[in-house]
Every structure is written in structure tokens, then in C-alpha cells.
Design a protein around this ligand. Sequence first.
Ligand code: ADP
Length: 161
Amino acid sequence: MRTALFPGSFDPVTNGHLDVIERASSLFDKIFVAIAINSEKNPLFSFDERKALLEEVCSRFDNVVVDAFDGLLVDAARKFDVSAVIRGLRAISDFEYEFQMAMMNRALSEKCETIFLMPKPAYSFLSSRMIKEIAMFGGDVSPFVPPAVAEALGRKKANLQ
Ligand code: ADP
């Protein structure tokens, strides 16, 4: 059985993340989408909110499970007993950081292979950070995130006002 771990902050999940999850789910028997606990000091969405949104939008994939991890990614990869770690590559700007991380993870654990997947060009400029900024300034994020996420961002904005 080929399994993979897709780690991230997912604050919140975007269509770019979903595109990567969809590609990964057709390549592997099982994907663990793992939310990094405490990776961001100040997330907009709590861990439980991020998990609920991910679970809702991943429910259409029968081989995707949403989980969490804390600490080193190589330790999480070992714990989940996966063959590979999946990361999304958007543009050249992602490359340097992702390359360093993949090499460091391999240095820490020889077995830790990283597989990069590129999203559709239409999603290659999306980031959770930008989506949050657009939503908090009242812009329309519906082309970039699943409907449940657009609604959750609308509620956050209303609560913060
Ligand atoms: P992190 O803080 O670990 O980068 P993110 O939630 O921002 O967490 O991203 C998780 C993974 O998803 C990363 O590999 C990132 O490169 C990838 N990713 C984020 N946005 C996109 C996108 N629009 N298209 C493809 N991959 C993406």
C-alpha cells in the first residue's frame, strides 16, 4: 500500500491545496493531510476550524484522511509510516525553500522522499495568506476557495468587525 503525507498550515484550505490533494489521491492508495499544530503563531482559523473545513472539502475523496502533526516532519512521516511527503510547488519562489526542506528532511531521515506536485496554472498564484488579506478587505474570494471556506471567511470578517 502506497501512502503519503501532505503537511501544511491550511489556514484556510484553498483550491490550490485541493488541486494538489486531488492529484496525490490518484497517485497514492491513501493520503494523510496533516495540519501542523502550532506552526503559525497567529492563525486566523483555530486548529479545530481548519480541521473541520478540510474534512468537509476532502469528503469527496475516499482515500484522504485529515489528521494533525506536531514537531519534526520526518518524525510525523515515520509515525504515519508513509512512503512519501507531498508538497505543492507554485512557482520558482517556492523552490528554494522547498528544496532546502526536502534535502534537510532527507538528511534527517534517509527514507523521507519528498514529491512535488504542481497545481493548475490558475491556482499557481494562490496562497492562504493572500486569500485572508483579500477576504478581510471585503474582496470576493469565491473563485479561489471552496464555498465552505468562502462562507467561513465571511463569518470571520463579520466577527472581527
Ligand atoms: P506551509 O505553511 O507548510 O507552507 P501551507 O498551508 O501554506 O502550509 O501549504 C501547504 C502546502 O501546500 C505547501 O507545500 C504549499 O507549497 C502548498 N500550496 C499552498 N498553496 C498552493 C497552491 N496554490 N498550489 C499548490 N500548492 C500550494
